[in-house]
Design a protein around this ligand. Structure first.
Ligand SMILES: Nc1ncnc2c1ncn2[C@@H]1O[C@H](COP(=O)(O)OP(=O)(O)OP(=O)(O)O)[C@@H](O)[C@H]1O
Length: 581
């Protein structure tokens, strides 16, 4: 897979981390002991901050911590009871909730939101297909924020950062109250639905309410929040968005990513006395952490963007190291956002969070064990329904010529400047296709892992500005990239996973717009026919007979230890009690 420019943890770093972990544990204990009682409220999700100076409270606290630890351990095995808030479950609770990060971060529902009749809230939740799943039973469900004016007042919002938007997107509406309350959140919503601001706003509000950044010491830069993105381009894009918001309130954000000069990034960090927010790709961040150049021990806010990608095999170790370098999860707020949330990463995700609230947008189709759409099952996956998906079954030898025909057709007449994104699977394939299209007189650039970072950036800029209207890319461009006006996505070669398919086509049809996707499917891709058919059906798209011929069975994903015969278990589903007579 391209884009994973960051791998393999050096032994020295591991040793350092182990030492650091021990230090962190000591530190966290210390800081918990010194947290004043006034910073806590009864609705704090795990009550880990309930403090008092008396010895009895301390003993109570110790007992509670032990209990909590046990609970957390257990949650890896069996999930706590789930409560689902659907249209009728979200109450008019004027809840004031405070975070666990030791800041004065809190959320109070505004009077204008409280004044709305419950039926308005119910209708909104039902219409936007919002599902809120809370693993704690004590907290009241919070009303979604329907208008920007219903957000609590703050320095950031007084600057009107969203003046050009009419209303929050559903993921912003539903997740902001919880995230602004300091809760850990898993947010799953379709591609192009505004997840970046869904995590950026609480990140900035949280930092605004906690103590200022520690000044850099010598060659060590401190940071208070970290946002991790799987690719360099996405990190840069996210940095641009969050830095704009942060700049409005005098906070700093620095972007660090692979393929660019370390010295320049290091001096940028140190010149600014560290950064309130670091947006990073995992490999470069891990390098800086291992070198001791960045210190995240003060970081109380962590975001995994494209969370399922960040938690899969290639990045897992890096993420462990990065999150392990931040404040412990009990004193840190952790947000995870994505458009695809396969069961395989959910249990791991939970280990980095404390009783997260899960917010899902869309009537997400459920698939049974064989991958068929069903009323209940293990996997939930859905493509953006505003994208018209077409699948053409073609002879593999004629694929590139068919691509040329499709491009000609799509850019005919008035559509000559329409932007089209073509996905290949391999880097070499990208180069070959780019050259082929160039020979045919098409204005084309490419982006893939064989190119130097300057070339990648130049290609993306040319495509974004419209100087070049066709971009040929590997999956390095599949996730998160927000390029305005991409009219069509063409899959020349099918991706490795169905999740990647959903992300690839999600480069079009963003921010409420319509989009188109064409997939050239060959016999070499037949193992994906079942899962593709399910995605098409779930989005009410046409399924060609020629695709049906390859079969509707979904190949089970193989497991590292159990091969293809293991059963994927959804740990978030409450086990059934079986009674034997
Ligand atoms: N409330 C809003 N109203 C209208 N547009 C919005 C709103 N919030 C964000 N946007 C715009 O929507 C576009 C897509 O947002 P964003 O990139 O955050 O999507 P995403 O959900 O992260 O997508 P992906 O899953 O592909 O990463 C951006 O151009 C952003 O500026």
């Amino acid at each position: 897979m391209t884009g994973t420019d960051e791998q393999a943890e050096p032994t020295a770093a591991k040793v350092k981390k182990d030492k650091k972990d021990k230090k962190d544990k000591k530190k966290s204990k210390k800081s918990e002991d010194s947290t004043p009682s006034t910073e806590e409220t009864p609705v704090n999700i795990d009550g880990d901050g309930e403090q008092a100076d008396s010895a009895s409270t301390k003993t109570k606290k110790d007992k509670k911590e032990k209990k909590d630890k046990k609970k957390n351990k257990e949650s890896k095995i069996a999930e706590p009871e789930q409560t689902e808030s659907s249209s009728s479950g979200v109450t008019n609770g004027e809840t004031v909730t405070k975070g666990k990060t030791g800041s004065s971060y809190s959320y109070t529902q505004t009077a204008s939101l409280s004044a709305l009749p419950q039926s308005d809230i119910d209708n909104f939740l039902a219409e936007k297909e919002i599902t809120i799943t809370d693993s704690t039973t004590s907290d009241k469900a919070l009303r979604p924020i329907l208008q920007f004016s219903q957000l609590p007042t703050s320095t950031l919002l007084s600057k009107k950062p969203f003046a050009s938007f009419t209303a929050p997107t559903p993921i912003q509406s539903a997740s902001w109250p919880y995230a602004l309350s300091g809760r850990d959140v898993v947010g799953v919503a379709e591609t192009g639905s505004g997840k970046t601001y869904a995590f950026s706003v609480p990140c900035i509000e949280s930092l605004m309410s906690s103590s200022k950044l520690k000044k850099s010491r010598g060659s060590v830069a401190f940071a208070r929040a970290v946002v991790v993105s799987p690719t360099r381009e996405l990190a840069m894009q996210t940095h641009e968005a969050i830095a704009k918001l942060a700049g409005l309130v005098g906070l700093s954000a620095v972007c660090i990513y692979g393929g660019a000069s370390k010295d320049a990034q290091r001096s940028l960090l140190l010149r600014n006395s560290g950064a309130d927010i670091i947006v990073a790709t995992p490999g470069r961040l891990k390098d800086f952490l291992s070198e001791g150049c960045i210190d995240l021990s003060e970081a109380t806010f962590a975001v995994l963007d494209e969370a399922d990608r960040m938690l899969d095999k290639g990045f897992e170790d890096d993420i462990r190291l990065i999150l392990g370098s931040c404040k412990p999860r009990e004193q840190r707020q952790t947000l995870m956002f994505t458009a695809t949330w396969p069961t395989s990463v959910r249990a791991l995700a939970e280990t980095f969070m404390v009783t997260p609230i899960k917010i899902t947008i869309g009537g997400r189709a459920k698939f049974d064990e064989d991958g068929n759409v069903s009323a209940g099952g293990a996997l939930e996956l859905q493509a953006n329904t505003r994208i018209t998906q077409k699948v053409e079954v073609v002879d593999p030898r004629g694929k590139e010529f068919r691509l040329f025909e499709l491009l000609k057709e799509a850019q005919k007449g008035a559509k000559k400047d329409d932007r089209i994104l073509v996905f290949c699977l391999y880097k070499k394939e990208c180069t070959r296709v780019e050259q082929f299209l160039e020979r045919k007189g098409i204005r084309v650039v490419s982006i893939h892992g064989d190119l130097r970072q300057e070339q990648r950036t130049r290609s993306l800029e040319a495509f974004k500005s419209g100087t070049t209207t066709v971009l040929v890319a590997t999956d390095v461009a599949a996730r998160g990239l927000d390029i305005p006006e991409v009219k069509l996505v063409i899959n020349l070669t099918f991706p490795l996973t169905i999740e990647d398919y959903v992300h690839r086509i999600g480069r079009t049809g963003r921010a409420g717009k319509q989009g188109n996707a064409i997939t050239l499917f060959t016999e070499h891709d037949k193992t994906h026919s079942g899962s593709l058919i399910n995605i098409l059906k779930a989005a009410n798209q046409e399924v060609p007979d020629s695709l049906m011929k390859f079969g509707t069975t979904v190949k089970k994903k193989a497991h590292d230890s159990y091969g293809a015969f293991y059963k994927e278990v959804d740990m978030s589903v409450k086990p059934k009690k079986i009674v034997f007579d």
